[in-house]
Ligand binder design. Sequence first.
Ligand SMILES: [Zn+2]
Length: 250
Amino acid sequence: MTYPFSTPNRVTKYEVIEEVPRRAMVIFAHPDDAEIGAGATAALWAANGTEITYVQCTTGSSGSNDLAMISDRIVEIRATEQRAAADAIGVGDIVVLDHPDGELDADRVFLGEIVRVLRKYRPEVVFTHDQNRTNGFQHRDHRSVGITVQDAIYPYARDHLHFPEQLTGGIEPYKVKHLFYWGTDQADVIVDVTDSVDTKIKALAQHKSQIPGLSFGSDMDLRMRAHHADAAKGYGFEYGEAFRRLTART
Ligand SMILES: [Zn+2]
């Protein structure tokens, strides 16, 4: 007989995701956001055969505190860093949308661009910024990406009467199965990233212009590991990456 008090004190809140999709996409505002948000899960899945595509929505043209830096130069530096980070993760294509950093509007042009990449690459899972996070400031570009990705998945990419001009040359309407938000205060799923947290750190270390001094054993490395270890507490693995998930109705 089971008594109610026989349940363990520690109740696990999040569903542990073990399924590995065939195709996934990470849609992010600036170079380095993808690795910060979903780098360990993307690395784990890439190592298990998932085809991962990055969609970088701005050029990252404002990402410098160096007063002598000019936008064209920082864009070039960050593009090189982002490709090196993506290589470390195991990402295939990086689609770069040409919006200036800090000027991303959740408008119809941007929506159409996201709908087009979803219909072209057909990812089962999409990762992006959580536009609904309420604890703390969040970059406007991040919020614009979050809301646009949610709209693009449902209903715009799915329904043939939205952006019908895209439906030529083999491009068809497409329904994404799951949307995973990072940077969320309402996480409900978690991935065991014990085997890939090193790869996440290694990939992030490629963004030298943004995250100088990151290397194995550095303070920042230890802080990131502590964050992932904290997320994993109570789940029976060492490091976890948590997300808020939206799932499309079948
Ligand atoms: Zn960003």
